[in-house]
Design a protein around this ligand. Structure first.
Ligand SMILES: *[C@@H]1O[C@H](CO)[C@@H](O)[C@H](O)[C@H]1NC(C)=O
Ligand SMILES: *[C@@H]1O[C@H](CO)[C@@H](O)[C@H](O)[C@H]1NC(C)=O
Ligand SMILES: *[C@@H]1O[C@H](CO)[C@@H](O)[C@H](O)[C@H]1NC(C)=O
Ligand SMILES: *[C@@H]1O[C@H](CO)[C@@H](O)[C@H](O)[C@H]1NC(C)=O
Ligand SMILES: *[C@@H]1O[C@H](CO)[C@@H](O)[C@H](O)[C@H]1NC(C)=O
Ligand SMILES: *[C@@H]1O[C@H](CO)[C@@H](O)[C@H](O)[C@H]1NC(C)=O
Ligand SMILES: *[C@@H]1O[C@H](CO)[C@@H](O)[C@H](O)[C@H]1NC(C)=O
Ligand SMILES: *[C@@H]1O[C@H](CO)[C@@H](O)[C@H](O)[C@H]1NC(C)=O
Ligand SMILES: *[C@@H]1O[C@H](CO)[C@@H](O)[C@H](O)[C@H]1NC(C)=O
Ligand SMILES: *[C@@H]1O[C@H](CO)[C@@H](O)[C@H](O)[C@H]1NC(C)=O
Ligand SMILES: *[C@@H]1O[C@H](CO)[C@@H](O)[C@H](O)[C@H]1NC(C)=O
Ligand SMILES: *[C@@H]1O[C@H](CO)[C@@H](O)[C@H](O)[C@H]1NC(C)=O
Length: 807
């Protein structure tokens, strides 16, 4: 999301100019010259040349890799990624082996520039296909590569991106790919009087092979259909964000100077591909790669946090809102302004468009709750919109509900709990999960649990902002509850570990919803949220509408609905083939954890602890840990909802009754039915809702073979059924060559025995201050204390305010 926000902000300040090429200047200096001429877009080749002219910072990069290793210890399903169970479709990703490989490649001087190295770090993290596991190095976040209709900006400063759609036409059963600009001609609306041809080739390659490869390289969902859909324009996302953000329009990877589309009638179209500046810092004044590094890389974290604290664009504050809850009462059905021309008038909509309610004109018994995001500027407003839709629909005798979750990548965790409770006020959301039980987690949690009073008095923000229940859920055993909603007796009782063939995990645990509702986000029926409202729809009269994007908080909500209430779901889109599709194609982990937030929590815990604990912590983990993790944070791009663009999937969500305790993102779950988009569905969202209704309660027409897969609700919900054959069809595309070339095979095969790279990376840590490395002979508690001071005071209040997000 931050990518899109950055694009809007930045596009608004510039307009395009074609500048003359200075052939003798360094590439970065040429970019600087273009920028002084107010260019918005930059030649892709020149931009890549500039990026690749940035000198390699070898010793610091070795330290950065070592720091990343520490953070990966908190990735909840690290071992499942390395050695997948049946539910995973993409190849496994042995991330620690990948770090070993990158370390030895650095040591072998395989890289001759900083960009190529950091791009490989980015790709390594991306190869997990886990939207919560992300590491965006600073240098990778300076530019994006955009496909454009032209280089102009519209009145709002938004670029004219070139987008594709995938739609069925005429009597066809499977969709073809068209330019979105052909949508009016396809729907025979407006003045268009020609018959558009579908795209048959891209850059000379078969279109389906190309798009499948491209989806695998750019997508971050664990499901290939979700990533396939991500290549095309998404109307709900566009309506919510006000800017196109599909992977065809925008990529982090260099895409050449242009993209050649070939159409079935033999014509071709060159789509221009340009670099677009994402950073808020200017290009003016760059002279070469070294000056590029100085400006955009290795940020002073304190300074970038200060800048974020002073800007209004930091994460929405959950406590600043003074909205009050509305009662369960109907509102006028007159309708208000739609969020986008493709939508009818909602009867109620949140000010940030995150949630809206509609009453169908087609079906007198149908209401629609559209939830493109659980990320809300005001959770209470979000909850009010839901309540007013339910009350109005009830009053209007609507008995069926489509919950449109297309484009929903998550948001505030507890809005999923409240939405579920508003639908089913007498049901208890399950929501149990566990954490990976690593050594650093063990030590931090024990120290936090032993010293909780000191911690709270040292960091009053914890109590003041009321988020300690979530911040410390995994570190203070008194916060979480057992699966039976009882207290844990001790740190050991909570931590375990519970061992299975994928490693060690904490006890299954649940959030204390009474506490959460009282202190953070109100959850209907808990603590102060004592509004009474009836159940307005029965589970079989609700259907979830998915497009594969659903992840995180959206996945939590969908799990409540399908697993606890057996509500059906219907998915739209996906690859042009028969068979089922998953509705929830994104990560199903129930808590993201920013690496910066994590390091802040650990630092706060240690700094508030008695000296003895500090010394034993430092002697166990060494001062190297601090230098290395700090370096990893310094090299991540600053900004975004988590303050620094680096995060892990922290908490596994576990199906009630699943004794194997398999993280849900490793379980294949088909939707109960599937349909494809038509061009009409891009023009009018009513057409999508009508089809969802028909597929569920009407004609029940679905894509052939897409119903009753054994993993679906209607098929019995078999969690070991695994994906169907078709799930691994990449249409001849490169499929999973995410990293390409020599790096690709290493972590996928899970070869790790590269011991030398470990000792080597320890050497890398010595470059800074010449200490003796990973041993603990230098347990100077002063160095411990100083590293724990700045920027923690600032950091804690910022970091603690964003932990509720589950994007
Ligand atoms: C760049 O934009 C600024 C502000 O809009 C304007 O004052 C300046 O003349 C422009 N420069 C060029 C070279 O177009
Ligand atoms: C797929 O691989 C072929 C051969 O290596 C390459 O030419 C093509 O560009 C790749 N396609 C994509 C989308 O990366
Ligand atoms: C891209 O365009 C530049 C000039 O605009 C040209 O020098 C370069 O060869 C082109 N690159 C490719 C891959 O076509
Ligand atoms: C980072 O910035 C802060 C605040 O400006 C400054 O006090 C500190 O010395 C800087 N740190 C480094 C390593 O430059
Ligand atoms: C609280 O609500 C009142 C009335 O709607 C408004 O004037 C005020 O600005 C709000 N305060 C905050 C902090 O949002
Ligand atoms: C956790 O820490 C305790 C000491 O506090 C230790 O006895 C136990 O072995 C540790 N558990 C694991 C799995 O490391
Ligand atoms: C799991 O914890 C046990 C101690 O309970 C320890 O012996 C073992 O090494 C741990 N396994 C892993 C993979 O960390
Ligand atoms: C849950 O939190 C509430 C409010 O803090 C507290 O009163 C209650 O005892 C907690 N529940 C359990 C089982 O500890
Ligand atoms: C709901 O809670 C409020 C205070 O939070 C209280 O004034 C009111 O009486 C409660 N209503 C019911 C029905 O318990
Ligand atoms: C679930 O699917 C697996 C794999 O097809 C099969 O072995 C197992 O018997 C199924 N379980 C049930 C309860 O049907
Ligand atoms: C990785 O696995 C593939 C297929 O499973 C195999 O062809 C390849 O040789 C393996 N590579 C390594 C480095 O073991
Ligand atoms: C690590 O550093 C020591 C001392 O500088 C050196 O002798 C050793 O060869 C280095 N090891 C590696 C793997 O670079």
């Amino acid at each position: 999301m931050s990518l899109r926000v950055a694009l809007v902000a930045l596009a608004a300040i510039a307009r395009s100019v074609h500048a003359q090429e200075g052939t003798t200047q360094a590439p970065c200096s040429q970019l600087s010259a273009l920028s002084s001429n107010n260019a918005t877009f930059f030649p892709a080749d020149l931009t890549l040349s500039c990026l690749r002219s940035v000198p390699l910072a070898k010793q610091d990069d070795l330290l950065q890799l070592q720091g990343l290793r520490t953070f990966l210890e908190f990735q909840s399903d690290l071992e499942y990624l390395a050695d997948p169970v049946i539910g995973r479709i993409y190849p496994g990703a042995d991330l620690l082996a990948g770090l070993d490989k990158l370390t030895s490649m650095l040591q072998d001087d395989s890289y001759d520039n900083e960009y190529d190295f950091q791009l490989d770090v980015f790709k390594l993290f991306s190869s997990a296909y886990d939207g919560h596991l992300s590491y965006i190095p600073d240098i990778v976040d300076v530019f994006a590569f955009a496909r454009l209709q032209n280089e102009e900006l519209n009145d709002e400063g938004i670029p004219a991106y070139f987008s594709l759609i995938s739609v069925v036409t005429g009597e066809n059963n499977t969709p073809d790919i068209y330019a979105y600009s052909d949508e009016p001609a396809l729907t025979k609306s407006g003045n268009a009087d020609y018959s558009p041809s579908p795209v048959t080739k891209i850059n000379g390659e078969d279109v389906l092979a190309w798009v499948n490869s491209y989806a695998s390289q750019n997508g971050r969902s664990q499901d290939p259909d979700a990533n396939y859909n991500g290549v095309f324009l998404n109307i709900p996302a566009l309506a919510y964000e006000n800017i196109e953000s599909n992977y065809f329009a925008l990529s982090r990877f260099y895409q050449g100077n242009n993209t050649v589309l070939t159409f079935s009638n033999g014509s071709t179209l060159d789509v221009m591909t340009r670099a677009q500046l994402l950073s808020s810092k200017p290009l003016e004044g760059l002279t070469d790669g070294a000056s590029f590094f100085d400006r955009f890389c290795n940020n002073n974290l304190t300074e970038s946090l200060l800048a974020q604290a002073n800007s209004s664009s930091t994460a929405p504050s959950l406590t600043a809102s003074n909205d009050t809850q509305v009662p369960f009462e109907p509102v006028s059905t007159d309708g208000v302004a739609p969020p986008h021309p493709a939508y009818p008038s909602p009867i109620v909509i949140a000010s940030d468009n995150s949630v809206a309610g509609y009453l169908s004109d087609t079906y007198p018994d149908l209401a629609i709750l559209a939830v493109p995001s659980f990320s809300s500027v005001s959770p209470i407003e979000f909850e009010n919109v839901v309540r007013q839709l339910l009350a109005t629909a009830n009053d209007d005798e609507r008995t069926r509900l489509v919950i449109d979750l297309r484009g929903n990548g998550g948001g505030t965790i507890f809005l999923a709990y409240d939405l579920f409770r508003q639908l089913f006020p007498s049901e208890t959301p399950y929501g149990a999960g566990n954490y990976r039980a690593g050594e650093l987690h063990n030590v931090t949690g024990r120290i936090a649990s032993d010293n909780i009073k000191q911690l709270r008095s040292a960091y009053p923000e914890l109590v003041k902002t009321g988020v300690d229940g979530v911040v410390l859920n995994s570190f203070n055993y008194r916060e979480p509850l057992t699966v039976d909603n009882e207290d844990f007796d001790s740190w050991k009782d909570f931590f375990g570990p519970h061992q299975n063939d994928k490693g060690n995990f904490t006890s299954l645990n649940r959030f204390n919803l009474t506490d959460i509702s009282a202190t953070t986000v109100p959850i209907l029926g808990y603590a102060v949220d004592n509004i009474t409202q009836p159940r307005t729809f029965s589970p079989q009269d609700i259907v979830l509408l998915h497009d594969g994007t659903c992840a995180s908080t959206c996945a939590i909500f969908s799990e409540f609905m399908t697993s606890q209430m057996s509500t059906w779901s219907v998915a739209v889109g996906g690859r042009p083939q028969t068979g089922p599709m998953q509705g929830v194609g994104g990560v199903k982990g129930s808590q993201i954890q920013g690496m910066f937030v994590l390091s802040t929590i650990i630092s706060a815990v240690i700094s508030a602890a008695p000296l003895g604990d500090q010394i034993s912590f430092l002697s166990e983990f060494g001062t190297d840990l601090i230098a290395a993790t700090q370096q990893a944070l310094n090299r991540a791009s600053p900004g975004g909802a988590l303050l620094v663009k680096a995060s892990v999937n922290f908490r596994n969500n576990i199906r009630k009754g699943d004794e194997s305790e398999t993280p849900l993102q490793h379980i294949y779950e088909a939707a109960d039915g599937r349909f494809f988009y038509t061009s009409q569905m891009y023009a009018d969202q009513t057409a999508v809702w009508d089809q969802a209704y028909d597929s569920t309660w009407g004609s029940m027409e679905c894509v052939e073979g897409s119903t009753e897969h054994p993993s679906s609700v209607t098929g019995g919900g078999n969690i070991t059924a695994g994906p169907p054959e078709t799930a691994r069809n990449f249409f001849g595309g490169n499929g999973t060559i995410f990293l390409g070339g020599e790096l690709g095979t290493v972590w996928r095969n899970g070869t790790s025995g590269d011991e030398s790279s470990n000792s080597g990376s320890e050497n890398g840590t010595n470059s800074g201050n010449g200490t003796t490395g990973g041993k603990n002979d230098d347990k100077d508690d002063k160095s411990g204390a100083s590293m724990l001071e700045t920027p923690f005071l600032l950091a804690t209040s910022l970091a603690f305010s964003v932990v509720l997000l589950c994007l």
